[in-house]
Design a protein around this ligand. Structure first.
Ligand code: GTP
Ligand code: MG
Length: 135
């Protein structure tokens, strides 16, 4: 089955939403393969979000994502990448559909609770970055 990298971002961990996120993805039928609570170094954060390096919010995004512990998960299931992106909802929680994680639980575009890889190629790269021992 396909795998994807999910992060419960530092805002989600600080707000006590880890259980809620895991409940939703497990209820959907996705399965946990790996899980680790950790605080990212700036190097890893900049690598993870490298596609956004030229964006005006890049510095702020790196500050935020390194600002406290996050929960990194590898999740698997049929079309896991697309399945989790659908559960997460649109990037901006204000316009994310109700029923999605962001749509139900967030209000800020940066502090938007979760990350999910955006393609199988991104998932392979991100899983390699977070869990180099996973094969
Ligand atoms: P990820 O799963 O975290 O990659 O979110 P995404 O794929 O829905 O959005 P994208 O990759 O475009 O942006 C990455 C992250 O940067 C978002 O999830 C937000 O945390 C943050 N972000 C995106 N747009 C903005 C913005 O306009 N301002 C700020 N401050 N942060 C943003
Ligand atoms: Mg993205």
């Amino acid at each position: 089955p396909e795998r994807t990298l999910v992060l419960v971002k530092p805002d989600g961990v600080a707000r006590g939403l880890v259980g809620e996120v895991i409940s939703r993805l497990e209820a959907k039928g996705l399965r946990l393969v790996a899980a680790e609570l950790r605080t990212l170094t700036r190097d890893v954060a900049e690598e993870h979000y490298g596609e956004h390096r030229e964006r005006p919010f890049f510095g702020s995004l790196v500050d935020f994502i390194t600002g406290g512990p996050l929960l990194a998960l590898v999740v698997e299931g049929p079309r896991a990448v697309e399945a989790f992106r659908a559960l997460a909802g649109a990037t901006d929680p204000v316009t994310a559909a109700p029923g999605t994680i962001r749509g139900d639980l967030g209000l800020e575009v940066q502090e938007n609770i979760v990350h999910g890889s955006d393609s199988p190629e991104s998932a392979a790269r991100e899983i390699g970055l977070f869990f180099p021992g996973l094969g």
